[in-house]
Ligand binder design. Structure first.
Ligand code: ATP
Length: 263
């Protein structure tokens, strides 16, 4: 469904944020994009959803193909109509609108207005808490509730490809589990293709089919989720989820230098 090929992107003409980034998101799958702060994960999502230019950035090389069409220079609103929706970190909900109004707003590009009510009920099915809060202004919700709302609003657009930027950010661990289990359920029941950016590698890989690890603007590791999770060295050195105690710095550096691709 989505193919990113050797993408290069800069901010303000000289800050190189992506340096040959490539990834593949097959239809119907969940793909996790992982990596440390500043690796280029959000930049990748912004490039795919057409929002890079609005943030002072630009694609300078490479291609992004969505369903076989190169979409490098397409405006964000057109990309939403084509079926790509970026759900930003949760606090970007419309704070003065109620929960239900936020969900309705998510469907603004849809032509099938008649199905909106049923789809809102479906989202309340995934996130029962939102139903309880349906008349409350979104600005009064907790961080986790806002995150659920942000995901729900994304679903209301009925995208073919849902991009999620750090759904776990600032959320208590138990709620993180619940949100990710719901993302998995949405993928299974709706067949929705999902690319999720996460710092919390453990939880993202627990629901993803495959994963990519970024460093310095490019992919340094890729593989199916189970093999990334089960490789102790990858877990320790790239994902910060060590299983067998810490290794010394020199060993970690030499391992990183090898940068082998597992697939
Ligand atoms: P995090 O997990 O911390 O959000 P990330 O992997 O999403 O990190 P990006 O936000 O994509 O990383 O940032 C990649 C690089 O681009 C960083 O060096 C960052 O400082 C830089 N950058 C991001 N946004 C801008 C911007 N609007 N202007 C200039 N530089 C930017």
């Amino acid at each position: 469904m989505l193919q990113v090929n050797n993408l290069e992107a800069v901010y303000q003409k000289n800050i190189l944020a992506l340096r040959g980034m490539s990834l593949h998101v097959p239809e119907g799958k969940i793909v996790a994009l992982l990596g440390s702060n500043g690796a280029g994960k959000s930049t990748t999502l912004k490039a795919i959803s057409g929002l890079l230019v609005g943030d002072g950035g630009k694609i300078t090389d490479g291609t992004i193909e969505f369903q076989g069409e190169v979409i490098n220079d397409i405006m964000p609103d057109v990309l939403v109509k084509k079926g790509i929706f970026l759900s930003m970190e949760g606090r970007r909900v419309f704070k003065d609108l109620t929960v239900e109004e936020n969900l309705i707003a998510g469907a603004y590009t849809r032509k099938d207005r008649g199905n909106i009510k049923a789809d809102i009920e479906k989202i309340y099915g995934y996130f029962p808490k939102l139903k309880m809060l349906q008349s409350r202004k979104a600005g009064y919700l907790s961080g986790g509730e806002q995150q659920m709302l942000a995901i729900g609003r994304g679903l209301m657009a009925k995208p073919k490809l849902l991009l999620l930027d750090e759904p776990s950010l600032g959320i208590a661990p138990l709620l993180v589990q619940e949100i990710f289990q719901n993302i998995k359920k949405i993928n299974e029941e709706e067949g929705m293709t999902i690319l999720v950016v996460e710092q919390n590698a453990n939880v993202a890989l627990s629901i993803a089919h495959s994963g990519y690890i970024m460093e310095n603007g490019r992919v340094v590791m890729q593989g199916d989720a189970a093999s990334l999770l089960s490789d102790n060295e990858i877990s320790e050195h790239y994902l910060g989820i060590g299983k067998e105690g810490s290794k010394d710095y020199k060993e970690a550096k030499s391992y990183k230098r090898r940068q082998r691709i597992v697939w």
